[in-house]
Design a protein around this ligand. Sequence first.
Ligand code: DX5
Ligand code: ZN
Length: 214
Amino acid sequence: MIKIAPSILSADFANLERDIHKIADADYVHVDVMDGRFVPNISIGIPVVRDIRRVTDLPLDVHLMIQEPVRYVEQFCDAGADLVSIHVESDMPENIQSAIHKIHAKGKKAGIVLKPKTPAECALPYLSQVELILVMTVEPGFGGQKFMADMMPKVRTLRQWIDRDNPGCELEVDGGVAPDTCRQCIDAGANVLVAGSAVYQAQDIPARIRQLRG
Ligand code: DX5
Ligand code: ZN
């Protein structure tokens, strides 16, 4: 069963509760956190996660696009994140490892994220420890970008490794996922699809979520 994680980056932040209720049929709320350093954009942070937690029972899938996330992962867990994902490019390996431990010590799920230019091999040191691997299908930082179909071989490779070494691990894709690109992601082995603009620009959001499930 394919899961859909709408990104609230494409929601109306002045009407966030309303826009979160519009995605009640989804599987996760995907929360994009940007610090203006790891990516050239600034979005939302810990207080917003805490307030979202109060208005939905959906699991919160928090995607940290921040430098040295080990500094903040515990605060995101305490704010109500169910799953906290960190970029492998965002710090030294020992700090990535430490961040994963801190997330687990809080009783939450940990994910690692690969930017488009980061090879699948960079996930290997963490593959057996994490609950999710996220393959970016755009350069992180902005919603509404064009889907990078050339990431599909990386998704296929990771699907093979996950099935072999950690079959419970989820494989997520993020960026440019829409009705015309979701099938490729599913065929390559992704089981969680993030979609921002494709969900929030739809006239009928529940129908769009059904459509993205493939
Ligand atoms: C990009 C974010 C994505 C983004 C996806 O840096 O991580 O989650 O919101 O938006 P769409 O689906 O519009 O590409
Ligand atoms: Zn994201």
